[in-house]
Design a protein around this ligand. Structure first.
Ligand code: FAD
Length: 411
C-alpha cells in the first residue's frame, strides 16, 4: 500500500482567509498545499465582490477598536491593486447627540489621526461626500473584491500546490503530524501543520479532533439596485461609501444615464439559506433610506438588478478565531471572520504565519499585536483554563471544553 503524500504545511479552505495565509507563507519562502472542496478559490462567502473595509470607530470594546485599527493597516498594505480606496463616511448614530469636540477627542484617544478619521458635521459632509449628515470621514476606507483578492493570492507559484474538488471530512493524529481524511474515509494526505480556514465547516473538522467551537451561521444579502436617471433618489446618491445601519457603496453612473447602487446587508442570525429573498431586498431598501436620511424616498424606484447572498461564520463573541489550537499541536485556526473578512484575513495572514513558523514575534509586536490582543483572538479563549492561561503569544488552554460566551458584542 502506498502512503498518502506528506506536506509540511496544509491550508484547508481557499476563501479569503486561507488564501491570504497561504500567500503570506509563500512570501516567507514556505512550501504550501491548499485544499478546497470547490473547483476554484473563493467559491463561498468570499465570492463577495463588494466588501468594505475600515477601522471600527464606533463606541465599543476597546480591544475591537485596537484590533480593527491594526487589521485595517495590514489590509491596506496587503491588498495593493485590488484595494479600491473611495473613502467611507461613518454616520453618527441617530439617537446619539453629536458633539464635535467629544468625537475628535475620542478619535485621538484611539490613535486615529486626521488622515485616518476626521469629524464632519452635516454641512462639511455634504461637501466632502455628498451626504448631509453628521459623522466621521474615513478617507482611507476602501472596498475589496474578495474573489479577485483570493484568486490573486493563489496565483501559480512554484512552491504552491492546490488540490481542488477535495473535501476533508475529518482529521486524525499520526506520527508525522495529522492525517486528512475524505468523506469516503480515505486518507487524502498527511501534514506536519494544518491551518483550518474552512469558515463554518471548521466546526466539524475541529469536532473530529474533539474540540468544540461555538460557531454559527449568519446569512446576509446585499442588493444591487438600478435607479432611473430621472428618479428623485439621484441627487441624493452618495459619492462615497456610507456605513451606519447597513452600508452602501458609491453609486455608479452607467452609460445609459441610470445608476447602479449596492446596498446591504441583511443579518439573518442562524440562517444558512443561499437562496435570494425578496424580504432581504425590502430590508435593504429601508436601510437605503436610513443611510441617505431620505425618509420619503419612493422604495419602488430602487429596482432590483441583482444580489449577493452569503453565509457569514461568526463566533459567540463576534471576534474572529485566529491562532494556534494549542491543545492540538500542529493545528491552527482562522475562522469566524464575520462581516470583516477583508480586515481579519489580512491579520490572520500575519498572525498565523508567525505562529506556524514560530518566529517573528518581534515583528508582531512592532505591528501592534500586544499579548492581550493575540489572546483575544486565540481559540483558547473558549476553553476551560483559558482565563488562568498566560496571555502570551499562543495562549495555552488546559482542555477542549467550550465556555460559550454570552450575548453578541461586536458586529
Ligand atoms: C452579505 C454579506 C456582506 C458582507 N460584507 C462584508 C464587508 O463589507 N466587508 C468585509 O470585510 N466582509 C464582509 N462580509 C464577510 C466576508 O464575505 C467573509 O468574512 C469572508 O468571505 C469569509 O472568508 P473565509 O475564507 O473565512 O470563508 P469562505 O469564503 O466561506 O471560505 C471557506 C472555504 O473553505 C472551503 N471548505 C469548507 N469546508 C471544507 C472542507 N471540509 N474541505 C475542504 N474545503 C472546505 C470552502 O469551499 C470555501 O472555499 C460579508 C458577508 C456577507 C454574507
Amino acid at each position: 500500500m502506498t502512503l498518502p503524500q506528506h506536506h509540511e504545511i496544509v491550508v484547508i479552505g481557499a476563501g479569503i482567509a486561507g488564501s491570504s495565509i497561504a500567500s503570506e507563507l509563500l512570501e516567507c519562502g514556505q512550501t504550501v498545499c491548499v485544499i478546497d472542496s470547490a473547483l476554484h478559490p473563493a467559491s463561498a462567502c468570499s465570492s463577495h465582490a463588494y466588501a468594505i473595509a475600515h477601522p471600527h470607530v464606533g463606541r465599543g470594546a476597546l480591544r475591537l477598536l485596537r484590533l480593527t485599527r491594526i487589521a485595517f493597516l495590514l489590509a491596506e498594505a496587503r491588498w495593493g491593486k485590488t484595494w479600491n480606496r473611495h473613502g467611507i463616511f461613518q454616520l453618527n448614530k441617530k439617537d446619539k447627540v453629536f458633539n464635535r469636540d467629544d468625537v475628535a477627542n475620542y478619535l485621538q484617544s484611539l490613535d486615529l489621526n486626521q488622515g485616518m478619521a476626521q469629524v464632519l458635521d452635516a454641512d462639511e459632509a455634504i461637501q466632502a461626500c455628498g451626504v448631509s449628515q453628521d459623522g466621521i470621514w474615513l478617507s482611507r476606507g476602501a472596498s475589496l473584491n474578495l474573489f479577485e483578492a483570493a484568486n490573486d493570492a493563489l496565483a501559480p507559484h512554484p512552491k504552491l500546490t492546490c488540490c481542488w474538488n477535495t473535501s476533508v471530512a475529518r482529521l486524525e493524529k499520526v506520527n508525522t503530524g495529522w492525517q486528512l481524511i475524505d468523506p469516503q474515509d480515505k486518507p487524502i494526505m498527511t501534514a506536519g501543520k494544518v491551518i483550518i480556514a474552512a469558515a463554518l465547516e471548521t466546526k466539524k473538522l475541529a469536532a473530529s479532533i474533539d474540540v468544540r467551537l461555538p460557531l454559527r451561521p449568519v446569512r446576509g444579502q446585499l442588493s444591487i439596485f438600478s435607479i432611473d436617471e430621472h428618479s428623485s433618489w439621484v441627487p441624493k446618491l452618495p459619492r462615497t461609501a456610507i456605513s451606519g445601519d447597513g452600508y452602501c457603496l458609491p453609486a455608479n453612473k452607467l452609460p445609459d444615464g441610470s445608476y447602479q447602487w449596492i446596498v446591504g446587508s441583511s443579518f439573518d442570525e442562524g440562517e444558512s439559506d443561499l437562496e435570494d429573498w425578496n424580504a432581504s431586498d425590502d430590508f435593504n431598501r429601508e436601510q437605503a433610506r436610513g443611510l441617505l436620511n431620505y425618509e420619503h424616498g419612493e422604495l419602488s424606484q430602487l429596482q432590483k438588478l441583482g444580489s449577493f447572498v452569503g453565509v457569514r461564520c461568526v463566533a459567540g463573541d463576534r471576534l474572529p478565531i485566529i491562532g494556534a489550537l494549542t491543545q492540538r499541536p500542529g493545528i491552527f485556526l482562522a475562522t469566524a471572520l464575520g462581516s470583516r473578512g477583508a480586515l481579519w484575513s489580512a491579520l490572520a495572514a500575519k498572525l498565523i504565519t508567525a505562529q506556524v513558523l514560530e518566529d517573528d514575534f518581534s515583528l508582531l509586536a512592532r505591528l501592534g499585536f500586544a499579548a492581550d490582543l493575540v489572546a483575544a483572538l486565540a481559540p483558547a479563549r473558549f476553553f476551560a483554563g483559558a482565563l488562568a492561561a498566560a496571555p502570551a503569544l499562543g495562549a495555552f488552554a488546559s482542555n477542549s471544553k467550550p465556555i460559550l460566551p454570552s450575548a453578541p458584542k461586536a458586529r
